[in-house]
Design a protein around this ligand. Structure first.
Ligand code: SF4
Ligand code: F3S
Length: 107
């Protein structure tokens, strides 16, 4: 079992989630974060840290979000680790809960 970062993180990237992870399995891309499912120990500590509820247990993924397990797996293999929180993008607030953000994901 793993936790998965889903669409709402795209272009928000608040990074509040990264510092609580006991196994440092968050990876950072240009406008999104992912979790390495191979490393995640399912501790659930990160889930309540995200202010926009972008982190979801694999078991609780909605059908439309199931593709994010593959996206987290694939991108965590190449994106660098992130272990310290940093400033969010200046326009992050404007992107909260916007639909159809997957097309804006920068790999
Ligand atoms: Fe890290 Fe725990 Fe979140 Fe998995 S559930 S990414 S181990 S904080
Ligand atoms: Fe993304 Fe939420 Fe973490 S917006 S970077 S999953 S705190």
């Amino acid at each position: 079992m793993t936790y998965v970062i889903t669409e709402n993180c795209i272009k928000c990237k608040y990074t509040d989630c990264v510092e609580v992870c006991p196994v440092d399995c968050f990876h950072e891309g240009p406008n999104f974060l992912v979790i390495n499912p191979e490393e995640c120990i399912d501790c659930s500590l990160c889930e309540p840290e995200c202010p926009i509820n972008a982190i979801v247990s694999e078991d609780d993924l909605k059908d439309e979000d199931k593709k994010y397990l593959e996206i987290n797996t694939r991108l965590s293999a190449t994106w660098p680790l992130i272990t310290e929180a940093k400033a969010a993008p200046e326009d992050a607030k404007e992107w909260e809960n916007k639909p159809d953000k997957l097309k804006l994901l920068e790999e």
